[in-house]
Design a protein around this ligand. Structure first.
Ligand SMILES: [Zn+2]
Length: 383
């Protein structure tokens, strides 16, 4: 059995840490390309430039707004021709960071990622999700190394809407349960398929005890600190609990999903993604609901389901169709979600039993039923 563990080369998290970026990436070399969005360039360029002042190192900026696509990545690579960049810095949300990762990979340069939100667990991972122009899914690229430096400035993350931090908690909420399902069934994690892409097939690589322990810690940190972190973010301030949740959303969940694997919660997210015109929630919000669906599907104890639902309520993660803007969801729309979520090619296929359409549908509907019961102040545990 092959076991593989991945993590970023350095993970750095601190209050106004972006002001020190030059010292964290100084070893890359003397010339850097910064990949960022228009908005982030406007708000953060001064801070980044000030950090490099007096170092003799040079920075160029390239603006990236829109979908992560192969042509978009190639456009940036083309602009780099004839330039002797020695490092890439990506600053922004998930799409900017995935683009920066891909640019660094194809140009064989070290990369520093600076997530400006903590809404999902992608930044620490060594993969990027690629779309076609127009937004349809294209492929997942697996890189043969993890980001060299991931730098989180907690002050910047606290300035973003708290809903994004809460969405990140939703993504992180699934991590432990999905990891446990994969690990218990000896399923493959996401490592070992470098350069193969999704079509490269099974990685053959299994989790480590270390990655499983990190996934479990991710869950306990969320339960302990989630509500306080959300309240801090509402006020745009940084506390220890906020720091802990940023670390859980980014580092623990990132290692937790990549080095262990994902399961039904993410398959349910993919199902909701099929409701094109009606998809207006963040990835992590669907994943949170998918976590409840997964626990029901797996027949988990009522106390556990109770804890997860209460956590979701406490931070404002969706627990009903209505919470996801789907109050009037039709049976046909439910079937669209279920068809994808239960598809044998989906990540629900790691469950240790055959996931049928009917069982997935039952779990999806019961999650909503339970959610509505909790909203009426009912509970599974009677307290
Ligand atoms: Zn996710």
């Amino acid at each position: 059995m092959t076991q593989t563990f991945a993590s970023p080369g350095r993970y750095i998290q601190g209050y106004r840490e972006l002001e020190k970026i030059a010292r964290h990436v100084g070893w890359f070399g003397n010339s850097y390309l910064v990949v960022t969005s228009r908005g982030r360039k406007d708000s953060l360029e001064k801070t980044i430039n000030a950090s490099f002042e007096g170092t003799g190192k040079t920075l160029d900026y390239t603006i990236f707004d829109g979908e992560v696509t192969k042509p978009g990545i190639n456009r940036i690579l083309d602009t780099m021709k004839g330039k002797a960049y020695e490092g890439i810095i990506g600053v922004g949300g998930g799409k900017v960071l995935d683009t920066a990762k891909a640019v660094a990979y194809y140009s064989k340069l070290p990369v520093c990622l600076v997530p400006t939100i903590a809404s999902n667990d992608a930044p620490t991972s060594s993969l990027a999700v690629i779309y076609r122009e127009g937004g349809a899914f294209d492929d997942v690229i697996f890189f043969n190394r993890s980001p060299d430096v991931v730098l989180l400035d907690t002050w910047i993350i606290a300035q973003a809407p708290s809903r994004l931090l809460v969405a990140g908690m939703g993504d992180a909420l699934a991590t432990y349960f999905e990891a446990k399902t994969c690990v218990d069934a000896y399923r493959d994690n996401f490592l070992g398929t470098a350069e193969g892409g999704m079509s490269g097939g099974s990685s053959g690589s299994k989790a480590t005890i270390t990655s499983m322990a990190i996934a479990e810690l991710c869950y306990t940190v969320l339960l302990e600190n989630g509500l306080q972190a959300k309240l801090a973010c509402d006020k745009k301030i940084v506390t220890k609990a906020f720091n802990s949740v940023v670390e859980a959303n980014s580092l623990m969940s990132g290692i937790g999903f990549e080095s262990n694997g994902v399961a039904t919660a993410h398959a349910v997210y993919c199902g909701f993604s099929e409701l094109r015109g009606k998809k207006h929630m963040y990835h992590g919000e669907y994943v949170a609901y998918g976590t409840i669906v997964m626990l029901i599907l797996e027949g988990k104890p009522k106390d556990l389901i109770d804890t997860v639902i209460r956590f979701c309520i406490s931070v404002g993660l969706p627990i009903t169709f209505e919470d996801m803007g789907l109050k009037d969801i039709t049976d046909a729309e439910v079937d669209v979600i279920v068809k994808t979520a239960a598809d044998p090619g989906q990540t629900s296929n790691v469950e240790p039993f055959a996931v049928t359409f009917d069982e997935m549908k039952a779990s999806l509907l019961l999650a909503d039923e339970l959610g509505r019961m909790y909203k009426r102040k009912g509970s599974l545990t009677g307290t």
